[in-house]
Write a protein that binds this ligand. Structure first.
Ligand SMILES: Nc1ncnc2c1ncn2[C@@H]1O[C@H](COP(=O)(O)OP(=O)(O)OP(=O)(O)O)[C@@H](O)[C@H]1O
Length: 333
């Protein structure tokens, strides 16, 4: 009974995706899942309205928005655990290996190790593979000394670690995490970011709901802002996904060597050609705000002229939808 409940709760995702597959084996570049105009209603009340998104392998997608904006609902739909009221969710893989860590995780009567072994069996891991992966992950999250304790006696942060571990057991192609940092201490947050960056580099697609800009900077390529169930804004591009404020400087083209020296300065995020100004070719450079004075000085010293300087807020501009916390990140390393 418990076995069935856990399967439905946490591994329903893989089974459901098998049902909605497109039928063709996808190439690396094709989307893992595509949601087209997905809407969800509860008792006639709209909680998601015509959301469209595409999730590619090796990418990070962040969902942000205030409480009740629809993030968890959207993740459950992507996991295949919740049915759309209208719209279409397609999966381009014959069988998509999906990891899903829901927002709330039950304090079961099983020990952490028994629970994780049970989840590994359901996922089809061999006894040997399961033992070594569980031990590796328990160690990573500093839970090895609690492996024999019952989950019912775990703290919120410890339960969240077990929740994350179960989602990582099979090295998923698609990893859906609902507020993954919730309850984690700073070292655990830093370790989780490292693990997620590694998985992403290996091709796992991440979709996570988050409240912290620093996490977006570390992991996201695209951010969807949800408000009252609608996607009111989509943000892409490294220069737009920095947690600290950035500055965009447009200047007249510099001699090759001077330009190269400028580009190698720390804090430079992005360089691209800019439209001509008064018949002179220009370059646009985006840089961390704290390095902007150094860049301006270097441009002038190299004989360039400054055409414009624009201050961009970085993700902290989105405080309406997120909770910047300076201390996250500082616990890293
Ligand atoms: N089973 C349900 N029945 C009725 N309404 C629901 C149900 N589940 C969620 N909702 C409603 O859907 C809306 C979106 O909820 P959801 O949990 O997706 O928001 P969220 O953005 O994840 O919020 P939070 O940041 O608080 O976790 C809310 O108004 C919520 O009350």
């Amino acid at each position: 009974m418990l076995h069935k409940r856990i399967t439905r709760l946490l591994f329903g995702a893989a089974h459901r995706h098998a049902l909605v597959e497109g039928g063709l084996e996808a190439t690396n570049a094709s989307p893992l899942i595509t949601l087209t105009q997905g809407s969800k209603q509860y008792g006639g009340r709209a909680v998601l309205t015509e959301i469209s998104m595409t999730v590619l392998p090796g990418t990070g997608t962040a969902l942000i928005g205030r409480n009740g904006s629809g993030k968890s609902t959207l993740l459950s739909i992507l996991a295949g655990l919740l049915k759309l009221s209208s719209g279409v969710l397609t999966c381009d893989r014959r069988r998509l290996i999906t990891g899903y860590a829901p927002e709330a995780f039950p304090g079961l009567k099983l020990t952490a190790e028994d629970y994780l072994r049970c989840m590994s069996r359901i996922a089809g891991l061999s006894e040997a593979a399961s033992a070594s992966r569980i031990s590796e992950l328990l160690q990573l999250f500093s839970l090895e000394s609690s492996h024999n304790r019952k989950l019912a006696g775990f703290s919120k942060g410890m339960l969240q670690k077990v929740n994350l571990i179960q989602s990582l057991l099979t090295r998923p192609q698609l990893l859906l995490l609902d507020e993954p940092m919730s309850g984690l201490d700073l070292p655990a947050q830093a370790r989780l970011i490292d693990v997620l960056q590694e998985l992403k580099a290996e091709g796992t697609a991440l979709v996570l709901s988050v409240h912290e800009p620093q996490i977006i900077e570390a992991l996201a390529d695209t951010v969807y802002v949800l408000h009252e169930g609608q996607n009111i804004r989509t943000i892409q591009g490294a220069e737009n996904l920095k947690s600290a404020p950035v500055v965009n400087i447009v200047y007249t083209v510099l001699p090759g060597q001077a330009q190269q020296a400028l580009e190698t300065l720390p804090g430079v995020i992005h360089v691209e050609p800019s439209p001509d100004y008064a018949g002179t070719s220009c370059t646009g450079l985006t840089v961390d705000q704290k390095m902007s004075d150094t860049c301006l000085q270097q441009i002038l010293t190299a004989g360039g002229s400054i055409v414009s300087v624009r201050h961009l807020g970085g993700l902290n501009d989105l405080t309406e939808w997120m909770d910047p916390k300076d201390q996250i990140g500082s616990g890293r390393g």
